[in-house]
Design a protein around this ligand. Sequence first.
Ligand code: MTE
Length: 284
Amino acid sequence: MQLAASTALAGLLPSVALAGEPLTNVKKSAESLPDPLTSLKDITSYNNFYEFGTAKDDPARNAGSLRTRPWTVSVEGEVNKPKVFDIEELLKLAPLEERIYRLRCVEAWSMVIPWIGYSLAELLKQVEPTGNAKYVEFISLEDPKQMPGQRDATLNWPYREGLRMDEAMHPLTLLAVGLYGEVLPNQNGAPIRLVAPWKYGFKSAKSIVKIRLTEKQPITSWMEAGPSEYGFYSNVNPAVDHPRWSQAKERRIGEFFKRPTLPFNGYADQVAQLYAGMDLTKYF
Ligand code: MTE
């Protein structure tokens, strides 16, 4: 009797997938790379997530305070059908795929990460972008109570990033909800983050609460923080150095020798045509 009651109660409760729990029904994607994977330990302990501190091990240490339920993502702006999506709905919006992508940070290190998610285009199609939608802005959570790094003015909070509409609709552009077969760890941007693998890692906003389609190019947090160092496009480009260091090579985390950085992080065949006619030495 007791067992029956608790089973019935469990049936009424929403099934909440929290960090570290396995994600099921994930299919392999043709977009995956053959590169050896970076270890789960490195992916989850060497992070940039300034909302939890600026040291690489701060996010793993501090992101336990992030509450990922309840969580909603408002998709708004230049769309015919604006909607606030609950995270449980987003987890089921499209079939989950494992996509093994390179992540190249602007700081000249890289990783190979088996993300789980689906193309951002799947979500954007649902809200019906209007003809005026030229850009997409991504806004991360702002809550200094949960995010101790936001008590410092390291960046203008909330963290904001953006893509051009055709970049956002490109099939490689991923909304990630997991990695290594599991629900996304908090330090990697739970419960939902962007991954744009041909761009420097800072474009891939974590813990997103708002996606806004706009006519004008959004100003991102990094453009505000360092306009001479960080531009809107930020495509990985070994030929254009950061003002303070070379971008020609990178250190793959877990490896000893540096390796050459590839144009568009190795995704040139898929994305170079998006920038036809643009001077890529200018559009950092
Ligand atoms: N998103 C938010 N909200 N805050 C951040 O500080 N850092 C960016 C990006 N997304 C950042 C963010 C940077 S610089 C990088 S390299 C990647 O997240 C790192 O992702 P990872 O820690 O999962 O490897």
